[in-house]
Unconditional design. Structure first.
Length: 106
């Protein structure tokens, strides 16, 4: 994670070295990013939607994520509590609020 990124245009209102979550399949180029979650606590997740195995969940920097798929920059303005989905790379993102159990008990 000790590296830097330089982008000609950077859409996110976050540093390029912000830690974000993605999946092994996305990093290996086997699957596109299909589900993007901007969590209410500010975390971002860029998931392929094909795995729910925690071993496949990887922490990477946001700059690396944009290099893997620059189209996620289209979601840079998406507010916390929202998710963006699409079926395939190249399709338009569909953004909507997601429900993560507002009555959860701890
Ligand atoms: Zn990076």
């Amino acid at each position: 994670m000790i590296h830097s990124h330089v982008f000609l245009s950077w859409q996110f209102n976050l540093p390029t070295d912000t830690g974000v979550f993605t999946t092994r399949q996305v990093l290996q180029g086997n699957e596109p990013v299909r589900e993007v979650y901007h969590e209410r606590d500010g975390d971002w997740q860029f998931l392929c939607g094909t795995t729910f195995n925690t071993e496949d969940l990887k922490l990477v920097c946001l700059g690396c994520m944009v290099e893997v798929d620059p189209t996620i920059g289209e979601l840079a303005d998406m507010p916390p509590g929202w998710c963006g989905t699409r079926q395939a790379r190249g399709e338009a993102w569909i953004q909507k609020p997601y429900d993560e159990g507002e009555n959860e008990t701890s």
